[in-house]
Design a binder for this molecule. Structure first.
Ligand SMILES: [Zn+2]
Length: 275
């Protein structure tokens, strides 16, 4: 694969800015009727402390990233989302209320898609070009709804090392696959409550750096694509941000790694992907 300007591989740094929306969904799924303020506060950490730290880190490296933002987060924390947009990062679609599309009816999924697009357009003036399904889960209708709404790419499937094109009802949409191994929640996600959810543990930064950097080195060697999925509330704490800083330094030290927004990669793939 020939990447832009002769780069050996491409890297996308992406952040799913769920704030407290995902926690609210987790509570509902565990039949907890009333919102628990402490559980929600874990998500509120994102706009209060984590996003500013992450933006500072990206700025220090002069890098642009992709932020997948539920519309509700844009409505409730507009200053935070505006700050992301004005730093020239990409705003991607991540539903409206972070409701899992696989657990939604067709009309609910449609409404989430429309409201989510409108909320982001209120901040940036344009509808988002890309989508990542909340909870990394899609319904049988998701692809057709995405092409119907004119989205350029989806970033949810886990079936390839490279982007690929999906033909849906005569239209083309780029898939930018992800994988659990390159998702910070899997390694660091933890909460005491609800007891069944997210007790995978708190990994050491060293262990995760080892996993991510080894994968990056292998991707670099094979000339592929490296899509990192992070969450501000997880990755934006001081010590993990430092680990991300180290990972970025490693990527930059190669001198021929293209670090791009997902939209840039999708556009490039549409043009050159099958060459
Ligand atoms: Zn999410």
């Amino acid at each position: 694969m020939e990447w832009k300007d002769g780069a050996r591989c491409v890297v996308c740094l992406t952040f799913d800015f769920d704030a407290d929306t995902s926690w609210r969904n987790i509570m509902r799924r565990n039949n907890i009727e009333r919102d628990n303020p402490v559980v929600l506060s874990i998500g509120e950490y994102a706009p209060r402390a984590a996003v500013p730290r992450i933006l500072k880190l990206l700025k220090s490296h002069e890098l642009r990233a992709g932020f997948f933002v539920p519309g509700e987060v844009a409505d409730r924390f507009p200053d935070s989302v505006k700050e992301i947009h004005s730093a020239d990062h990409e705003l991607g679609h991540h539903g409206y209320s972070h409701t899992n599309p696989a657990r939604s009816t067709l009309s609910e999924e449609k409404e989430e898609l429309e409201r989510g697009s409108d909320a982001l357009a209120k901040i940036s003036g344009v509808k988002p070009a890309g989508y990542r399904a909340p909870a990394a889960d899609m319904s049988p209708h998701t692809y057709s709804l995405l092409v119907e709404h004119g989205l350029l790419y989806n970033s949810t499937m886990m079936n390839d090392d490279l982007p690929y094109i999906v033909e849906v009802e005569g239209k083309r949409i780029v898939e930018l696959p992800i994988r659990w191994m390159l998702d910070d929640w899997v390694h660091f996600g933890f909460n005491m409550f609800p007891s069944l959810a997210y007790q995978s543990g708190i990994s050491s930064q060293e262990k995760v750096f080892e996993i991510w950097s080894a994968e990056f080195e292998a991707v670099y060697e094979e000339g592929l694509y490296f899509m990192l999925t992070m969450h501000p509330q997880i990755m934006g704490v001081p010590s993990r941000s430092k680990m991300l800083d180290r990972l970025i330094q490693l990527m930059k030290s190669k001198g021929d790694v293209w670090i791009a927004t997902p939209k840039e990669v999708a556009e490039y793939w549409l043009q050159h992907g099958e060459e």
